[in-house]
Design a protein around this ligand. Structure first.
Ligand SMILES: Cc1cc2nc3c(=O)[nH]c(=O)nc-3n(C[C@H](O)[C@H](O)[C@H](O)COP(=O)(O)OP(=O)(O)OC[C@H]3O[C@@H](n4cnc5c(N)ncnc54)[C@H](O)[C@@H]3O)c2cc1C
Ligand code: SF4
Ligand code: SF4
Ligand code: SF4
Length: 437
């Protein structure tokens, strides 16, 4: 461990001595909690429970500080984790990877439910059917019949049940709360958004790297995560505020999710199209969708789970995903699915990189432009989207970037105008920021 990392850790070790109070003051009250569920899973006294928007203390805290030290929003050893996983400190565009593919499922059953190419479900089906894994950690729905955007963390052992866990659930998802239960299995695969991957990898890293400095954390983290053998990241530029899908539906004439039979996010326009049980179609343009962002996503600069074994993003083709294979283990699983004809691939568009490289310097300077009205949110509790942002998203027809460059553009948007602006503004207004090193 480098001296700088040790100094940072010792500082946080001191703060952690306040127990849950430290988490409350330094993360929850600072509007930084991403609702990952890690603190709930790891508390040895099981005295943290899920509150409406954040975890809450629901028993006697012994001030062991494990929850604070485990939380990905107190400090996140991004570089040490990359070094551990990929033997390099660098994170290139879209993260370290050995191959990128444009792939989709060949299963009609999976494609009928998939938001995109159904790659995650196809890989998980293969892993369970082949016996390579005993269980997978994934995300089901709270209301199983029909459309539902409320996530329910699940452990699945039967491939058929994976079909119930498809589609995007947009509300905050405390996925790591099921880690304790998953530890009873021998070989487990995990799929989550970048914040879930960060939280999980921090635990796995702490389990060996912090054995001397924080032995209680290391022991608890090892117990929770040692059976997790494959980590799948799901690409995500940002989500919606809690309950805001219903708000949007109501603005466009429906009562809420119960009226919806099917939802798709269209390629190119990125419009949200909801088909109601009555057959009526509600089309919500992307510039309307982006006005209700999730505040905790502004503190997230990871587009697709840079610390995963493989990442699955959407692609510009309906029924296909962009897949970043980050190591040989992931590539072998992917290739086994190709060999068994469970997955198919097509050309991954890569044109437009020159244009993108030209945009990089422009976007780097974009950190003082408040696209979403984040400052307004910090001061008044509500976002105020800039008109130019609406125009930009309202003009998707002219978008020319495809394939990997399109994903890189989303990554850049997330890093500079979102995260970059947010971190600077918070500092200026006296908020604490999660420490990344
Ligand atoms: C909430 C959300 C936002 C996304 N935003 C983007 C984006 O901005 N840009 C982009 O390129 N791609 C985004 N994606 C990823 C992408 O669109 C596909 O969902 C992903 O590529 C997997 O597609 P699939 O066809 O393989 O689906 P599937 O095989 O159905 O797999 C989808 C997986 O996502 C899981 N999942 C669903 N909701 C959640 C949730 N709330 N938390 C954790 N896991 C969940 C499911 O359990 C399932 O394992 C997002 C995904 C989600 C879930
Ligand atoms: S993990 Fe420790 S400090 Fe945190 S709430 Fe539980 S008992 Fe308290
Ligand atoms: S970010 Fe995760 S670990 Fe931290 S307080 Fe929120 S739910 Fe708990
Ligand atoms: S943008 Fe980041 S914090 Fe928000 S849901 Fe996605 S991965 Fe989590």
């Amino acid at each position: 461990m480098e001296a700088q990392e040790k100094t940072i850790l010792e500082k946080h070790g001191e703060i952690a001595k306040a127990g849950f109070e430290a988490l409350q003051h330094k993360v929850i009250e600072q509007k930084a909690c991403c609702y990952c569920g890690s603190c709930i899973a790891i508390c040895p006294k099981q005295c943290i429970s899920l509150g409406e928007d954040t975890p809450q203390l629901s028993g006697d805290c012994n001030k062991c500080g494990i929850c604070y030290l485990a939380c990905p929003r107190t400090f996140l050893p991004v570089t040490p984790i990359q070094q551990w996983l990929f033997n390099t400190k660098d994170i290139p565009p879209l993260g370290n990877h050995i191959r990128a593919e444009c792939a989709g499922s060949t299963s009609e059953e999976i494609l009928a439910e998939a938001p995109d190419g159904g790659v995650v479900t196809t890989l998980f089906t293969y892993l369970l059917e082949s016996g390579a894994m005993d269980a997978v950690i994934t995300t089901g729905k709270q209301h199983p019949d029909g459309y539902c955007y409320h996530p329910k963390p699940r452990i699945v052992t039967d491939p058929k049940s994976l079909l119930e866990c498809m589609d995007k659930k947009y509300d905050p998802n405390p996925l790591l709360t099921v880690l304790g239960e998953a530890a009873d299995f021998e070989k487990v695969a995990f799929a989550g958004l970048a914040c879930h991957v960060q939280a999980l990898r921090k635990l796995q890293y702490a389990a060996h790297a912090y054995r001397e400095l924080f032995p209680a954390l290391a022991g608890a983290a090892d117990k929770l995560t040692r059976t997790i053998k494959l980590v799948v990241g799901i690409g995500d530029i940002g989500r919606f505020g809690r309950g805001k899908i219903d708000t949007l539906l109501q603005e466009y004439g429906a009562s809420g999710e119960a009226e919806v039979a099917r939802h798709v996010e269209e390629r190119i326009t990125a419009d949200f199209v909801f088909t109601l049980h009555s057959g009526k179609e509600i089309r919500i343009p992307q510039y309307a969708v982006i006005k209700y962002p999730q505040p905790f996503c502004f503190l997230c600069n990871d587009f697709n789970g840079y610390a995963s074994d493989l990442t699955v993003d959407r692609s510009e083709f309906q029924q296909f995903n962009t897949v970043m294979l980050r190591n040989t283990k992931a590539a072998e699983i992917f290739d086994a699915c190709l060999a068994e004809n469970r997955l198919q691939t097509r050309e991954l568009p890569d044109e437009g990189r020159d244009f993108l490289e030209g945009m990089v310097s422009m976007l780097e300077g974009f950190t003082d432009y408040d696209l979403y009205g984040y400052e307004h949110y910090l001061k008044n509790g509500e976002f105020k989207i800039d008109d130019s942002m609406q125009q930009m998203f309202g003009n998707q027809e002219n978008r020319r970037l495809r394939g990997l460059p399109e994903n890189m553009l989303m990554e850049l948007l997330k890093k500079y105008p979102q995260y970059g602006f947010c971190i600077n503004k918070r500092r200026e207004l006296g908020y604490e920021n999660p420490e990344q090193f």
